[in-house]
Design a protein. Structure first.
Length: 335
């Protein structure tokens, strides 16, 4: 190999691996859109089911299509008993992402058509996993708390059912709308690490489940989706808004990496983080407990002052999920 071609691109930064017709990102603005729809517009006005249909079909559904699509997903939520048996057999102190990864792999082993790579069968698998993964996440979360899993309720929306299976209580309108918005904000982000992992595996003509398992493995890492629970643990450690500045200074002096900051693409701020910041503020005000938003704001301000680094999407997602009552150890799983 000649010297002219010997170039290592660390982290593949700046390397163009593919083109996406689903998401458009402009980190300098910043801007994020799904199929031409601005993220702020769809997050505030659409449901998870509508956005999923949009991503898969390149258009929004009409009323009848949405009804049929939502009913189809709802009918697929139940998981085989073997999956629940596997979750019961896992160490209850284990990482929930390991449980999700194992359960999805098990679903692949149980699917007699797992190796059918036709577009039609892959759509079927995509629908199954979209519907079933919340059931798996909620079941494991309850088992880890010594509670029995709750069967999905097909009469509830995707977001409402997810909350119901986790808590055992039917969520109010604010909780459902907030969680729906969060699911939309995380629904698509071009070729991030987990998507890239899925594409690498599917590119070998491995089965659909193997690709998804690879993606779950990637998103488990703290440099990807695994940062959300670490952010909330940081806020709990800071404990009070007036301690946030000193906490950041001490961490930086010790050269300790703080979770929830920085992004390879969004240099001028993450549009999803902007949305989540507003949600965290509103939830804090509505609950009468603005401590977590105040801590988050103070720490983010100090980090920007000292390092010029802006909070990313996971940063304000943490207090939102905490206000919704989600267990800390499932933060990464639920999104």
């Amino acid at each position: 190999m000649s010297e002219a071609t010997e170039q290592v691109i660390s982290g593949l930064e700046g390397v163009l691996a593919c083109e996406s017709s689903i998401a458009y990102i402009d980190g300098s603005v910043p801007e994020l859109s799904f199929r031409g729809y601005d993220i702020h517009d769809i997050a505030q006005t659409l449901t998870f089911e509508q956005v999923t249909y949009l991503i898969w079909h390149d258009r929004l559904p009409n009323a009848e299509e949405l009804r049929a699509f939502s009913a189809d997903l709802a009918a697929r939520r139940a998981v085989p008993k073997a999956i629940l048996d596997v979750l019961r057999a896992l160490p209850q102190a284990g990482h929930p992402m390991a449980g999700l990864r194992t359960a999805v792999s098990m679903l692949g082993a149980l699917d007699a058509h797992a190796d059918n790579l036709s577009p039609e069968d892959n759509v079927r698998k995509a629908k199954d996993l979209t519907a079933q993964m919340p059931t798996i996440v909620a079941a494991q979360a309850r088992l880890q708390r010594g509670q029995e899993p709750i069967a999905p309720d097909p009469s509830l929306s995707h977001a409402a059912n997810y909350c119901y299976m986790l808590s055992g209580k039917r969520p109010d309108e604010t909780t459902t709308r907030t969680f729906d918005t969060m699911l939309i904000l995380y629904a698509e982000h071009e070729t991030n690490a987990s998507t890239f992992a899925c594409r690498v595996v599917s590119g070998t003509e491995a089965d659909f489940y193997s690709a998804v398992v690879a993606g779950i493995g990637a998103i488990k890492g703290p440099l990807h989706g695994g940062a959300i629970d670490e952010v909330m643990r940081m806020f709990l450690e800071i404990e009070a808004p007036e301690r946030a500045t000193a906490y950041v200074d001490e961490a930086l002096a010790a050269r300790r990496k703080l979770p929830g900051f920085g992004h390879r693409v969004y240099r001028a701020g993450d549009p999803r983080a902007t949305q989540l910041r507003t949600m965290a503020q509103q939830l804090g005000a509505a609950s009468g407990d603005e401590r977590w938003f105040s801590i988050a704001t103070a720490a983010a301000q100090r980090m920007q002052e000292v390092k010029g680094i802006i909070a990313n999407v996971d940063y304000f997602a943490a207090p939102v999920l905490y206000h919704l009552g989600f267990p800390l150890n499932v933060f990464t799983n639920v999104i």
